[in-house]
Design a protein around this ligand. Structure first.
Ligand SMILES: C[S@@+](CC[C@H](N)C(=O)[O-])C[C@H]1O[C@@H](n2cnc3c(N)ncnc32)[C@H](O)[C@@H]1O
Length: 285
C-alpha cells in the first residue's frame, strides 16, 4: 500500500498560506456553529463577523483546490433566541461568490431516538396551544461545490481502478440518494468531547465519492481530526487546519500517531504539525 502524508496547521483558516495554489483535490469540513452553545459562545462579534470568516475561508479553498474539484460543507441553520440564522443559504451564496459552482445538497438525518424532547420542543407539550412550536432539529445539510469542470482523463487507469467504489456499498448505504441517514457522534465521546465532531461516515462517503487514492484532502476546520483519520484509512493524504492548539494531541491520537515513533524512512505514513503563533484571534486554547 502507498504511504500517506498528514499535515496539521494550528492557525486560522482565513489564511492557508502554507498550502500551494491548485494543490488540493478535495475539501470536506464542518465549520464552527455560529454561537454554538458550548464552545464557541461569544467568539463572533455578530453574524456578519461569522460570514466574513466563511468568506475568507471560501476564497482560500478556491485558491488551493485543483480545477474541477469538490468542496463539501456540513452545515446547518442555527436558531438563537427564537431567530433562525440562514447559514446554509448564506454559505451557499458565499461559495458561489468565491467562484464555485453549486453542485448539490445532501440532507443528513440523525436517528429519531437521538434527541430526547428538548426544553425547546417540550414547550409545546407544556403549552399545547398555537404559537409554542419550536421543533427539534434532526437534519443537517451537506452542500457540495465544484471548481469548474473535472477532467476525467487526467486520472490514470491504475488510480481509477484502485479508487473504485464497490457497487454493493453504494446500494447497501443508498448513496444514490441525496438523503443520508447517519448516527451522529455523542457529545460525550472520548476524543470528541465538546467538539461537535461529525461521524466517520460523513468524510468516509465524501472522500470515497470525490477523491482518488493518493490524493490530498483538506479540512480547514478540522476539530478532532475526523477527516484526517478517514483520509488516512482510505489511502489519501490530508491537511487539517485548526485554531485551537489544545486539540493537537487529540488529533494526533485520533489519526493513530500518538504512540508511533516518527521515522525518517519512507516506509511509514507521516504526520507533521505547523504551529502558527501569530494569528489566533479570541479563541481559547
Ligand atoms: C464543528 S468543529 C469541526 C469538527 C470536526 N468535523 C470533527 O469531526 O472533529 C469546528 C472546528 O473549527 C475550529 N475553528 C473555528 N474557527 C476556525 C478558524 N477560523 N480557523 C481554523 N479552525 C477554526 C473550531 O475550533 C472547531 O474545532
Amino acid at each position: 500500500m502507498e504511504m500517506t502524508r498528514h499535515k496539521l496547521i494550528i492557525g486560522n483558516c482565513m489564511s492557508m498560506r502554507e498550502i500551494e495554489d491548485n494543490s488540493v483535490h478535495l475539501m470536506v469540513t464542518s465549520p464552527p456553529y455560529f454561537n454554538a452553545p458550548f464552545d464557541y459562545k461569544g467568539v463572533f462579534d455578530d453574524y456578519d463577523h461569522y460570514l466574513t470568516m466563511l468568506m475568507k475561508c471560501a476564497s482560500e479553498v478556491y485558491r488551493v483546490l485543483q480545477d474541477g474539484r469538490i468542496a463539501a460543507l456540513n452545515i446547518d441553520d442555527m436558531l438563537i433566541k427564537g431567530k433562525k440564522y440562514p447559514i446554509t443559504a448564506d454559505a451557499t451564496k458565499i461559495f458561489i461568490e468565491a467562484g464555485f459552482k453549486y453542485r448539490d445538497k445532501i440532507i443528513w438525518k440523525k436517528p429519531d431516538g437521538y434527541l430526547r424532547i428538548s426544553r425547546r420542543s417540550g414547550v409545546l407539550i407544556q403549552n399545547p396551544y398555537p404559537m409554542y412550536y419550536y421543533p427539534d432539529n434532526l437534519l443537517e445539510s451537506i452542500i457540495i461545490f465544484q471548481k469548474g469542470d473535472f477532467d476525467y482523463k487526467s486520472i490514470s487507469a491504475e488510480v481509477r481502478e484502485a479508487s473504485k467504489i464497490e457497487i454493493q456499498e453504494i446500494k447497501d448505504n443508498k448513496w444514490y440518494m441525496n438523503f443520508w441517514e447517519m448516527t451522529n457522534v455523542l457529545p460525550s465521546s472520548k476524543l470528541e468531547k465538546g467538539i461537535a465532531a461529525f461521524p466517520d461516515k460523513l468524510p468516509y462517503r465524501i472522500i470515497k465519492l470525490f477523491s482518488y487514492k493518493g490524493e490530498t484532502v483538506l479540512d480547514p476546520f478540522v476539530g478532532s481530526g475526523t477527516t484526517m483519520k478517514i483520509a488516512r484509512q482510505l489511502g489519501r493524504n490530508s491537511i487539517g487546519i485548526e485554531i485551537k492548539k489544545s486539540l493537537e494531541p487529540i488529533i494526533k491520537e485520533k489519526l493513530g500517531f500518538a504512540n508511533v515513533q516518527m521515522s525518517l524512512n519512507n516506509y511509514c505514513d507521516t504526520y507533521e504539525v505547523y504551529m502558527r503563533e501569530d494569528d489566533r484571534y479570541g479563541y481559547i486554547c
